[in-house]
Design a protein around this ligand. Structure first.
Ligand code: GLU
Length: 491
């Protein structure tokens, strides 16, 4: 293919950028990049009632977060209305279209009656029968009219780049309205008019537009223009094989951002939704995706949205990130929890990167990293204990005595590093004649509130001496109150 590829992503700002739309945008972007072509963004905002500036902003924000910057645009379809109207009038002039003076309300009632009766309904072409003179006369009288395409009896065939040869007989297509009687252009006219003006070579969009394609091809032909190539992407379904919707969880791209997913991970995941590189690669960089992307690799059957796979991929991206970049990315998440401190950006930048590297293999999202990193980020000694772990580890003979001895040794330890903390704990255990595990589990519980997580000694090193001692004091307080209430003793 030549370097003249021009594709567009054409969202209607009647909703946020959802994963289906983002997947369409990504496929267009990858196709353009693969062929050294142009990726255009066109906001289809002609439905003034349902579109809003806020939704436009949200779409642009979602695209920019995913790194999908357009080469041309954003263009706003509503700005092209005069051209759309002119195209419709040109079709009227060339007799590929005709004026329809029928009352839209009356037509709606006819359609509804036919639907109730279970029969199909197409516009019965009443106004096609009007003579040119009669049509001109009514228009001159100021009678409102719509402009309808005169659909010829033919078979519209195209080679869909996903579905292969596709053909539709126009017996099933009514003389579609191009311009409504209030003068507004319809979707099919505007899209064709814009795609022509923007010299779009490939229309890559969702399967939900398949039924529009023959109509649009008819408009191209009536305008004497060559239609672009079409590629219709498969639907995205939830795990239950029903159309992906809010029932399945987050559908808006920005919700994934807000949950702590990495844009590269979501990009990678969406690129594999209905497309595969024809080998078993899953984690792919943008560059690898650009090189491998090909419409021939797009699946015809629906794609299943597998959140577990997204989590896995996100975990892979977290694993591959440098601790420094993770630390920088963590900032908004810490801020959201009120756990951010200015020193993390300055003197303790290295500390934060080390904490990030400990949490890195244990979390699938940033949000989870902060939740699992409570022991490091929370300044207090008041961490809640996991009930099950507390019941399991806060027992046994003279636990308070062991912890007290450990606390004393920690207090005077010269070098507060993971390795000397370990040597110190083992020495205390030996001195007291118990296995190190007798000290390790309660200490972990006291300092982190839980029973799992990164290695205890690295954890203690990064939690720091002051908080470790304060948390051990609190643990001792809890052990003492248990003894004082005579827990487990008769009477
Ligand atoms: N604006 C249409 C939509 O959001 C897309 C039109 C097209 O891609 O042709 O569904």
């Amino acid at each position: 293919m030549s370097g003249d590829v021009r594709v567009r992503f054409a969202p209607s700002p009647t909703g946020f950028l959802h994963v289906g739309g983002a997947r369409t945008a990504i496929f267009n972007w990858l196709f353009a990049r693969h062929h050294g072509g142009v990726f255009i963004l066109r906001i289809e905002d002609t439905d003034a009632e349902r579109s809003s500036r806020e939704l436009v902003e949200a779409i642009l924000e979602g695209m920019s977060w995913l790194g999908l910057s357009p080469d041309e645009g954003p263009f706003f379809q509503s700005a092209n209305r005069d051209r759309h109207v002119a195209d419709a009038l040109a079709l009227l002039g060339s007799r590929n279209a005709y004026r329809c003076f029928c009352d839209p309300e009356q037509l709606r009632r006819e359609r509804e009656a036919a639907e109730r009766a279970g029969t199909g309904w197409v516009y019965p072409r009443r106004c096609l029968a009007l003579s040119r003179e009669e049509s001109d006369r009514r228009a001159a009288e100021g009678k409102p009219f719509a402009v309808r395409l005169h659909v010829p009896e033919t078979t519209v065939a195209w080679e869909d780049l996903v579905h292969g040869p596709t053909a539709v007989h126009t017996g099933q297509i009514e003389d579609l309205v191009l311009l409504r009687s209030d003068g507004t252009p319809t979707y099919n006219l505007s899209v064709v008019s814009d795609d022509l003006a923007m010299r779009v070579t490939h229309v890559i969009r969702g399967d939900d537009h398949l039924s529009n394609t023959p109509k649009q091809i008819l408009i191209y032909r009536a305008l004497g223009a060559e239609p672009p190539r079409f590629a219709h992407l498969p639907l995205i379904l939830g795990q239950d094989r029903r159309r992906l919707s809010k029932r399945h969880g987050a559908v808006s791209v920005l919700e994934y951002r807000d949950q702590g997913y990495l844009p590269d991970a979501l990009f990678n995941f969406l690129a594999l939704l209905g497309w595969s590189p024809n080998d078993d690669r899953e984690k792919m960089t943008r560059q690898e995706l650009i090189e491998a992307f090909d419409l021939a690799g797009v699946n015809r059957s629906p794609a299943i949205f597998d959140l577990k796979k997204l989590d896995w991929l996100n975990g892979q991206y977290l694993m591959a990130a440098t601790p420094e970049s993770l630390a920088a990315d963590l900032r908004p998440w810490l801020e959201a929890e009120g756990l951010w401190r200015e020193e993390y950006a300055e003197g303790r930048r290295g500390w934060l990167a080390r904490v990030a590297s400990l949490l890195q293999p244990r979390a699938k999202t940033f949000r989870e990293m902060v939740a699992r990193g409570r022991a490091f980020f929370d300044p207090s000694e008041e961490l809640a204990y996991e009930a099950e772990a507390a019941a399991k580890h806060l027992q046994g003979e003279d636990l308070a005595g062991h912890i007290e001895a450990l606390r004393a040794a920690f207090e005077t330890l010269g070098d507060w590093s993971a390795s000397s903390l370990e040597t110190c704990l083992r020495a205390v255990a030996e001195r007291r004649g118990v296995a190190p595990a007798r000290l390790i589990h309660p200490t972990r519980l006291g300092v982190t509130g839980g029973s799992a997580g990164p290695g205890l000694f690295e954890t203690l090193e990064l939690v720091g001496r002051q908080r470790t001692l304060a948390r051990l004091d609190r643990l001792l307080g809890r052990l003492a109150s248990r003894t004082a209430t005579g827990r487990g003793r008769p009477g």
